[in-house]
Write a protein that binds this ligand. Structure first.
Ligand code: SIN
Length: 188
């Protein structure tokens, strides 16, 4: 169930005349920065909440057995904490390929820890994309994550690496930490 978004993202020309663009990461882009960046800063975006509702058929699962990875769901007054990277526009070719299974670039205001904000980009997989799995209990999500792996590794490592990175940054996320607790209980 692949929904390749590369071509759509390449038509996103809002920042084409910029030499540098801020990118906000809230999932694997927090703990796996496999791209060049000029600077990174802890940051957040508003009115979005992180949920493991996106299917991963290409990184943490397979076509027949998708894993679950993070996307953002609109929620008034929510704050999603993550990491902002200042990058050059050339980096988007790599990012569009990495995020191709349903994620679309969206312009958003990024609020830096310590003050200040800039408009930048975030990759979001909306419920319209073919790989979207949608809501499930955190226990059911943990079961699916425990059973899944793909070309980028075990799905459980995505979840635990994200939970560790959030904790190291002093960031709270009840949804992520609840799934982490369920995963530990399944292991016990
Ligand atoms: C992100 O991390 O910002 C997007 C979702 C992902 O690649 O895990």
């Amino acid at each position: 169930m692949s929904h390749n978004t590369i071509a759509i993202n390449q038509r996103m020309d809002k920042f084409d005349d910029h030499h540098r663009v801020w990118l906000f990461g809230y999932g694997s882009l927090i703990f796996k920065a496999d791209f060049p960046f000029i600077e990174r800063r802890a940051a957040s975006i508003r009115d979005w909440t992180r949920r493991f509702w996106q299917g991963s058929h290409d990184h943490r699962g397979t076509e027949s057995a998708p894993g679950r990875v993070a996307t953002l769901i609109p929620q008034a007054d929510a704050v999603c904490a993550g990491m902002a990277y200042l990058i050059t526009p050339e980096v988007f070719a790599h990012l569009d390929h990495r995020e191709k299974n349903g994620y679309l670039r969206l312009a958003t205001d990024i609020y830096f820890e310590g003050g200040g904000s800039e408009e930048g980009l975030v990759y979001i997989a909306t419920e319209e994309n073919a790989a979207f799995l949608g809501e499930a209990t955190e226990l059911a999500i943990a079961h699916q994550i425990a059973a899944s792996s793909g070309p980028s590794g075990r799905n459980r490592d995505y979840l635990t690496d994200l939970a560790h990175a959030l904790r190291a940054l002093g960031m709270d996320d009840a949804h992520v930490f609840a799934i982490e607790r369920h995963l530990s209980a399944l292991d016990a």
